[in-house]
Design a protein around this ligand. Structure first.
Ligand SMILES: C[S@@+](CC[C@H](N)C(=O)[O-])C[C@H]1O[C@@H](n2cnc3c(N)ncnc32)[C@H](O)[C@@H]1O
Length: 209
């Protein structure tokens, strides 16, 4: 276990193969799916979307329903192989590539919408999460849906740049972090509460300022 608790390099081999099978047993997987579907329905049809990290492409059926032009990026080729197993021929309707969220191989404002779940909060350390957030803001022209954690108590905790964010941020901290990256919050949807851990997880629908 790394000192930082970052999990960025662990989605290979069997972990990648069993990713969806294991996650689908979590109650909040379905909540995330439903909230994502319903947030996407508030956006225009036919957008270009990029999903980072793409993982197994869990939201692809919803993007297709909205006639989106779909791109995805993930650090792990094995997760993209798992996406192929999970999505079947629908993967051919997506442009997927490997790369790093902190240094995206995309042009400024290349997409209308960026989606990122189960990543900034718990996969990479805080200083990298800020880098990735800046990259997300750079490549989207209009919207983003970004999953972030929040502390249930009003005040967040001090953020160590070398530790994962988890749910240390307060509502105010997240608003500021998103604003500093160039985003205004349109709506936030609760997808998970863990009272013992004093934590909540939200999907933030944000718009470029
Ligand atoms: C928990 S999964 C989330 C996948 C998907 N977004 C979801 O909600 O199921 C984390 C993913 O992040 C990918 N990853 C880790 N570090 C990355 C990085 N620096 N850039 C892009 N992807 C990364 C892993 O390969 C893995 O697929």
């Amino acid at each position: 276990m790394q000192k930082t608790g970052a999990k960025g390099d662990s989605y290979y081999g069997r972990v990648a193969q069993n990713y969806e099978k294991r996650r689908k047993k979590q109650e909040w997987w379905d909540v995330e799916q439903n909230e994502m579907k319903s947030l996407l329905e508030t956006l225009p049809e036919g957008l270009s979307v990029v999903d980072i990290p793409f993982g197994t492409g869990r939201f692809v059926p919803f993007y297709l329903e909205r006639q989106f032009d779909i791109s995805g990026l993930d650090a792990s080729i094995e997760m993209l192989n798992a996406a192929s197993q999970s999505l079947g021929s629908n993967l051919q309707k997506c442009r997927v590539s490997t790369g790093s969220a902190m240094d995206l191989p995309f042009a400024d404002e290349q997409f209308d919408l960026l989606v990122s779940t189960r990543f900034l909060r718990d996969i990479i350390v805080a200083k990298d999460a800020l880098k990735a957030l800046d990259e997300f803001a750079r490549v989207t022209k209009q919207f983003a849906i970004i999953q972030l954690g929040e502390s249930i108590s009003k005040d967040g905790e001090e953020i160590d740049p070398d530790h994962i964010l988890e749910s240390r941020m307060s509502d105010k901290d997240n608003k500021k972090m998103l604003k500093d990256a160039g985003f205004k919050i349109v709506e936030k949807r609760l997808v998970k509460t863990d009272k013992d851990m004093n934590s909540q997880i939200f999907h933030f629908l944000v718009k470029k300022m």
